[in-house]
Ligand binder design. Structure first.
Ligand code: OFO
Length: 174
């Protein structure tokens, strides 16, 4: 049986995942404005990934007979005119905070001997390894390219090839 403490903490995590989604959407809008359409697409795919993360927890609470809270999301801010190196530094920094938050949730589930929640949260632990790795790799590429405009142009095209790998239809999550 899932405890109220765990339900409340999962609701907090739903809010954090949705905030991540809106942060990446805001970043995507900024990149579109700057003409980095490939990076904007990469970030919009990330928006969907984050909504999936939120909805996966939402679905889990429904399955557990709990009622998920629908959170108010605070406005995500991205500096106007931000450079791509700074932007992906922000992405990596943000993902590290999400990793810490997921670990905290795992520790709670473990302390509560809530093995079902532990299993679900472990999926997110793996996912965070991937999320940090993606941001780190892009950042490394940006650093390698430096002021190489042609290289940055190609990187923008490359990142625009990212496709959605998760289910974005949440109607079945009911
Ligand atoms: Fe949900 O992983 Fe990023 O924030």
């Amino acid at each position: 049986m899932i405890s109220q403490k765990v339900i409340d903490r999962i609701n907090v995590q739903i809010e954090r995942e949705m905030y991540s989604a809106f942060l990446y959407m805001t970043m995507s809008a900024e990149m579109s404005k700057q003409g980095y359409t490939g990076i904007a697409k990469w970030l919009m795919v990330q928006y969907h990934e984050e909504m999936f993360h939120a909805m996966k927890f939402y679905k889990y609470l429904i399955e557990q007979g709990a009622k998920p809270a629908v959170p108010a999301i605070k406005e995500a801010q991205v500096k106007s005119g931000i450079g791509i190196k700074e932007l992906f530094t922000e992405v990596l920094k943000h993902e590290k905070t999400v990793t810490a938050s997921i670990r905290e949730l795992l520790e709670l589930a473990s302390a509560e001997k809530d093995y079902a929640t532990e299993n679900v949260v472990r999926w997110y632990i793996d996912e965070q390894v991937e999320e940090e790795k993606n941001a780190e790799e892009i950042l490394q590429n940006i650093e390698l390219l430096g002021e190489n405009k042609q290289g940055l142009f190609m990187l923008n095209i490359e990142l625009g090839k990212r496709e959605l790998s998760v289910a974005s239809n949440f109607v079945s999550f009911t």
